[in-house]
Write a protein of this length. Sequence first.
Lengths: 186, 256
Amino acid sequence: VVTTDVDECAAARFTAMFKQCYPSVLAYAQRRTSPDQAADVAAEVFSTAWINLERIPADPLPWLYRTAWHAIGNSRRSKSRSATLALTLAGERMTDARVRDPADQVVAGERITRVLKLLSASDREAVLLVSWEELSIDDAAVVIGCTPGTLKVRLHRARRRLSTLLQQDVYSDNDYGLPVSEEIQS
Amino acid sequence: MNEVADDPIFALVAAANPIAKPDAAEPLDREALQLLDSITTRTRAKRPSSDKRSRRKAAAFGASVVAVIGVSSAAAATGLVPSGVIHAFTEVSPAGDTVQDANMVVEQVSSNGRRDQLWLGRNSSGMTCGYQRNLPSDGSNEDGMKECGGPWLFGTKGKSVVGTFVPAGDAQTPGTYAIDAHSANRAITRIILNFGTAGDIPLTLNPTTGWAIGVVPADLTWDASILTAYDTDGNVVATQTMTPTAGPASVFSLAG
């Protein structure tokens, strides 16, 4: 096989990006899907990145997260929405060495997970990107596909709702296990 | 750390992070290195220019809209949507209950022969079960979401329009979604999903059951849209901005 300089350059760039970002992308997927699905999502993200290497910006992580979010959406095609809708419950099924103290997780995780599910998808993702992935507002906006200003509005709205829900600390009166979008007109 | 790190609510969310931030200095494990090797040994396919991609996207979406419009009218005119048809299916999760007496409440037939149907029934626990049944035009195996939830699966009961987005089956381009909606308001005769300048996707509405169905092409999966229900005179009965379908959320409820 004869490789060109261009191929070698692409491979070198991709390898550097992979080594830098793979753990973060895998962690992103693990936080939102099952461990098995997470590995598949990460593989899909980097396969997509390889094909689209010239389109990936200098700071690749937001682009990779956005692709991962899309891949997770596609994984719902496994026909079981509930499996992928379920945010990772704290203290549950995580055996990775990087997992935090289970006692802390049980206390905070279940309660937070419950109320996070009551946010709209984009609001929830906005919250998770800044809280779990620790992205800046600008980078999180790239992942969601909106302007930083819009993201700030979403975060403000989500924060207000989270605050209310945490004070109530009850399940929503709809028990579908799915978030309900906010109405804008009656 | 970022702009919201000091906020107590976001700090609470951050504390519930089930996976700690990876250590950048930690070497990749064997599986990751194998994945890296397997990807970089693949040939990188040349992508079409952005102009070509835009033209393809526009053409594909145009074709979809034409197909759906044609089918909407045809279905209503020829009564393609049967009622009272019995079908059994088994939910994928969580219990795998078999639903013995599901009814097809709406069907959309595309000009290429693809059929998308929604079947509803109850499992032995009394939960609402839906089967988003997709029948590819090439005769390959049927496919689609099968799920039970209860007591109701499609938003807040009693609202004018309720519904959900679901993946449109493995035979479709990844990212393609079906939208299932139910109108409790008999005055509603048209439901349209508008993607701004990208165009409209009219849902096929079965006036007998009040159920409607449509398909969102993968190209629009990341776009926000506005779902609007109209009466026979073209007046807006209810409308709502919808989040992009690719996000992991799907239930909606419109008052009106």
